[in-house]
Ligand binder design. Structure first.
Ligand SMILES: C[S@@+](CC[C@H](N)C(=O)[O-])C[C@H]1O[C@@H](n2cnc3c(N)ncnc32)[C@H](O)[C@@H]1O
Length: 188
């Protein structure tokens, strides 16, 4: 076999093994966190954020930001300071790496559990998380967020937030729920 073919084969096998290892480690960490990594698709992003007017809003958070795609999308579309909070170190590092390529001054990532950060500066919060973690975060959000903060929950409703619900976007496979704190009767 020519040497160049051997080199290419070695590189391909190395990339496959490295990719599989990273995938495996990411899956194990996700299992430990009780929330698997599933990214919001770009088609869903258009639908979810298409109906939002974010005038006078300056700071966006994605709690459990995965590879950071929602953060990058919101920063680009709305020119908001966009903060991704991710507990899985590999996904966090991957987000940082992607931001080196698609550099944006608006994008920031934190390696942290969402339960441990302050929401005081948030104007808009996006969550694509399981109900158990949503329940854990809901009282903290109520306590720390300012009136008028918009909460967008993709996939599952936030328990105890029914009075703030102003819109439900049906979707496949997931619905999206829009809440605005303390101003349940107004439209956005
Ligand atoms: C369903 S994915 C959503 C990813 C991203 N928001 C998106 O829509 O593309 C949920 C993410 O939350 C992260 N996660 C799970 N528990 C977390 C916690 N307590 N704090 C921060 N991130 C967490 C997981 O690692 C995973 O990346």
């Amino acid at each position: 076999m020519p040497q160049i073919v051997q080199i290419i084969l070695t590189i391909v096998v190395f990339l496959i093994i490295a990719g599989a290892t990273v995938f495996l480690i990411t899956s194990v960490i996700s299992l430990l966190l009780n929330v698997p990594y599933v990214g919001t698709s770009s088609r869903e992003l258009e639908v979810i954020f298409g109906s939002l007017s974010l005038k006078n809003k300056s700071t966006f958070y994605d709690l459990g930001s995965g590879d950071g795609r929602v953060v990058r999308y919101v920063a680009k579309r709305f020119s908001l300071i966009s903060v991704g909070v991710e507990a899985n170190p590999l996904l966090y590092l991957y987000s940082i790496f992607l931001n080196l390529i698609f550099h944006s001054q608006y994008v920031h990532y934190k390696l942290a559990r969402a339960e441990n950060i302050s929401f005081e500066s948030a104007d808009v919060i996006y969550m694509f998380l399981f109900p158990k973690l949503l329940n854990l975060l809901s009282s903290k959000i109520k306590k720390e967020c300012k009136p008028g903060t918009i909460i967008v929950a993709h996939g599952f409703k936030v328990s105890g937030f029914d009075e703030f619900l102003y819109n439900t976007m049906p979707g496949k496979p997931f619905n999206t729920y829009y809440y605005r704190l303390n101003t349940p009767q107004d439209d956005v």
